[in-house]
Design a binder for this molecule. Sequence first.
Ligand code: NAG
Ligand code: NAG
Ligand code: NAG
Ligand code: NAG
Ligand code: NAG
Ligand code: NAG
Ligand code: NAG
Length: 388
Amino acid sequence: MRAWSFSLVLSISLASAATFPDPEQGFSNSSILKIRSNLLEIASASWELGTAAEALLELSWPGLSVFNATAFPPPGRLKATAFPTDVVNIANRTVSQRPSGSLSLIANQGSAADPASLGVSVLLANWTRKQISNHDYSEAATDELTYLLEIAPQSDEGAISHRANEVQLWSDFTYMVPPFLAYFGALKGGLPGRNLLQIAYDQCRLYRDALRDDSGLWRHITLGSFEDKTHWATGNGWAAAGMMRVLSTMNHTSDARRFADHQANLTKWIDEILTESWSHQRPDGGLFNVIDDPKSFMDTSSTALIASVTYRMAVFRNDTSLIPAANRALKLVKNNVDGDGWLQNTVNPITFRDPLPTTEHSPEGQAFLLLLQAAWHSFFIHANSRGL
Ligand SMILES: *[C@@H]1O[C@H](CO)[C@@H](O)[C@H](O)[C@H]1NC(C)=O
Ligand SMILES: *[C@@H]1O[C@H](CO)[C@@H](O)[C@H](O)[C@H]1NC(C)=O
Ligand SMILES: *[C@@H]1O[C@H](CO)[C@@H](O)[C@H](O)[C@H]1NC(C)=O
Ligand SMILES: *[C@@H]1O[C@H](CO)[C@@H](O)[C@H](O)[C@H]1NC(C)=O
Ligand SMILES: *[C@@H]1O[C@H](CO)[C@@H](O)[C@H](O)[C@H]1NC(C)=O
Ligand SMILES: *[C@@H]1O[C@H](CO)[C@@H](O)[C@H](O)[C@H]1NC(C)=O
Ligand SMILES: *[C@@H]1O[C@H](CO)[C@@H](O)[C@H](O)[C@H]1NC(C)=O
C-alpha cells in the first residue's frame, strides 16, 4: 500500500516536471564578465552598439527593460547604484558624436535602420538624465524618429526600407526599428503614443508579409538590387527577438488592452518562427546557419539569439513546451564559449554565409550571449516561483 502511494506521488511529480521542465544552468558570473568585456571591446558598427546596449540593459538593469512591468515610465531619479551607466555611456557617445545636420543617430551608415537600434538607450538616457536642462538625448531620439517616418524610403505597402539609398527589406530591420518605435510610443503615451505603437506593429506585419514564406520561416532580404532568399537563422532570430520586444512593450503600457489583438498576432508570429526553427534543431542542440539547410553549418550565434527569445516567450505565455529545445541550445552555446569568453563557431555576421575563423569574433554573437543569460535568468526565476 505504501509502495503504491509512493509511486503515485512519484508519477505525479514526474508529470509536472514534464510540463514544466527545469531550466538548464546559465553561464557563470566569471564567464559573463569576460563575455561582456569582450563585447564592449569589439562592438563598433551601429547595430552592434545598439544590440550591446539592449543586452547590457536586459542583463544588468532588468527593472528598466521592457520585459519588466516596471519599465514605464523609467524613474527620473535613480540612485547611483541603480543607474544604468554602461547603457547610458553608449547613448552618450552616440549622441556626442552625431554630426550636426544628421537626423539619424549615426550618420552615413548605408542602412536606414541600424542606427535606430540605439534609440532605446538614447530615450532611456533622456528619461533618467540628472541634468534636466539637457535636451540633447531627447532631440536626437526625436530626429531619429523623424528620419524613419519621413525621410527613409518606403515600399509601396509602407514598409520602411532597411537601406537608405533604395527600398530593400531585411529581416534584421525587425530588431533595429520597431522596438524603438514602440518604446518611443510607450513613453509618449496618449494618442500620439498609441499611433507609434500601431506603427511599430504595422512594420512587423509588413516585414512578415514580405519575408515569410510557406515554411513559416522568414527569408533574409527582398526587393532592391539583390536578394537573399535563404532562411538565415540570425535573420529569423532578429525578427523573433524584435517582435518579442514590441510585444512586451505593448503588454506593459497603460494602453495594453487596446492592443490585445495585436499582441495575439505578434505572439503567433514569434511562435511560428520558434516552433519551425527548433523543428530543425540538430541533435547537439545547435541550429544551422540556414535553418532548414543541413548542408550549411552549425551557428552558435543564432542558436543563442533564438534560445533567448524562447525563454522570454515561455515566461510571457507561461508555456514551457519549447524549453527543452532552449535548454539543449543553451548547453551547446555554453560549451562553445572559450576560456577567454569568446563565442566560437559563429557565422560571419557580414557575409551571412561563411563560418568565422576561430581567430575572429562576432560582436553580435557576444551580445546574444548576454541576451540569452538575461532571458534564461528571467525564466529561472519564473520556474522557481512555480516551486520547481
Ligand atoms: C552572480 O551575479 C549575480 C548578479 O550580480 C548575483 O546576484 C549572484 O550572487 C552572483 N553569483 C555568484 C555565485 O557570485
Ligand atoms: C522587475 O524588476 C524588479 C526590480 O528590478 C525585479 O525585482 C523583478 O524581479 C523584475 N521582474 C522580472 C519579471 O524580471
Ligand atoms: C555626455 O556626458 C558628458 C559628461 O557627463 C556631458 O557633459 C554631456 O553633455 C553628455 N552628452 C550628452 C549628449 O548628453
Ligand atoms: C525626455 O524626458 C522628458 C522628461 O524628463 C520628457 O518630458 C520628454 O518627453 C522626453 N523626450 C522623449 C523624446 O521621450
Ligand atoms: C499581457 O500578456 C499576457 C500574455 O499573453 C496576457 O494574458 C495579458 O492579458 C496581457 N496584458 C494586457 C494588459 O494586455
Ligand atoms: C490579426 O491577424 C488576423 C489574421 O491575419 C487579422 O485578420 C487581424 O486584422 C489582425 N489584427 C490586427 C490588430 O492587425
Ligand atoms: C503556469 O503554468 C503552470 C504549469 O503548467 C501552472 O501550474 C500555473 O498555474 C500557470 N500559471 C499561470 C499564472 O497561469
